[in-house]
Design a binder for this molecule. Structure first.
Ligand SMILES: C[S@@+](CC[C@H](N)C(=O)[O-])C[C@H]1O[C@@H](n2cnc3c(N)ncnc32)[C@H](O)[C@@H]1O
Length: 328
């Protein structure tokens, strides 16, 4: 295989992991109120294998959905890595009609071929996006920046899986700071397991360590990603919870950065209750972030645009926050 082709193949392989139904159910149950009367679009999903499609079609009535649209990407390397051997990209539309059955039958679902390859950036997929209210999926991590930028550009509500590292992207952090995107309900940093195509299962077993790269659950090999997390702009109850602060500020315990006017806090539990200035906190703060209690000011860098440092040493990445005046 030539280098270019190999690169494309690796790229496709990297993006081919499928979300488990249980992870979708566990997250989605916190957002039910947002879905009534809404059109949901899953734009990176082959309905034949996507648990997002299964979840929404099975819960169509209980969520009170108006319409479900799914489009499937015709992978350039589908013969190599994808479980789905799409020869053509398809569009699937379901508006809830079920002939007395609990689960929609194939004939209740409108399936049509797309003219193009189903790329979420293609004109026809953007036209579907424009008609949708909420986008829910696990998009290709390798295109996450572009993927989110498109949702924001079209002013869509969304709930999508991404890599926690995305918070460090220059395109993503400003959205977090400005409360246009936040973490979902599931605590970040917990393992998420994904199904993978058969070819990738073989490769995992032959080249990787069980426990770190993959786990075997009921005899099925699942890809483990410690960094996968949900990103959304749908409100959820955890975002309204206030952190209880009990520590007292002292200059000895909370050193100041060399290159930014803020104190350093090493553990979330140590955020001082009586300090009103800027503080640098670990990125796990985003799991506890309530915009009524705190504001986010900046990420990682000091005034000199270098990593925040204390006496020349850099603590792990910090987010600079400040308590809101109204917060207790
Ligand atoms: C991480 S997988 C997740 C699949 C599915 N959404 C799920 O959660 O099970 C991302 C999927 O996006 C597809 N994909 C890759 N590039 C795409 C593109 N440009 N447009 C739409 N889908 C794409 C991949 O083929 C892959 O199936």
């Amino acid at each position: 295989m030539k280098n270019g082709a190999l690169h494309v193949a690796n790229q496709a392989k990297y993006d081919e992991f499928y979300t488990q139904r249980s992870d979708i159910e566990n997250e989605l149950r916190h957002y039910k109120r947002h879905f009534r009367g809404k059109t949901v679009y899953c734009n990176c999903d082959d309905p034949r294998i996507s648990n997002f499609f299964h979840y929404f079609s099975h819960n169509f009535d209980s969520l009170g959905l108006k319409k479900l649209v799914t489009t499937c990407y015709m992978s350039q390397c589908s013969d190599l890595f994808s479980q789905h051997d799409c020869e053509r990209a398809i569009r699937l539309e379901y508006d809830g009609y079920r002939d007395g059955e609990n689960v929609p039958k194939a004939e209740d679902i409108g399936i049509s071929h797309l003219a193009g390859n189903g790329d979420f950036r293609s004109r026809e997929c953007i036209d579907i996006l424009k008609q949708a209210d909420i986008v829910v999926t696990n998009p290709p991590f390798s295109l996450f920046r572009e993927y989110v930028a498109q949702l924001v550009e079209h002013d869509k509500k969304f709930l999508v899986i991404g890599n926690m590292n995305a918070i460090t992207y220059k395109e993503i952090f400003p959205l977090i700071r400005d409360n246009r995107l936040w973490l979902g309900r599931r605590p970040a940093g917990r393992d998420m397991l994904f199904d993978v195509p058969k070819a990738h299962v073989r490769e995992l077993i032959e080249t990787k360590k069980e426990g770190s790269a993959y786990r075997i659950v009921d005899g099925v090999v699942k890809r483990r990603l410690g960094n996968a997390t949900w990103f959304t702009n749908l409100d959820h109850a955890k975002r309204q919870e206030e952190m209880i602060l009990y520590k007292r500020y002292s200059p000895e315990e909370y050193p100041r950065y060399d290159n930014y006017a803020a104190i350093n806090v090493n553990r979330l539990a140590d955020i001082p209750a009586d300090y009103d200035g800027a503080m640098g906190v670990p990125i796990t703060f985003l799991d506890k972030y309530n915009p009524k209690q705190f504001e986010i000011i900046r990420f990682r860098k000091g005034d000199d645009d270098k990593d925040l440092s204390i006496n020349g040493k850099c603590p792990y990445f910090r987010i600079i926050i400040r308590k809101k005046q109204s917060a207790t």
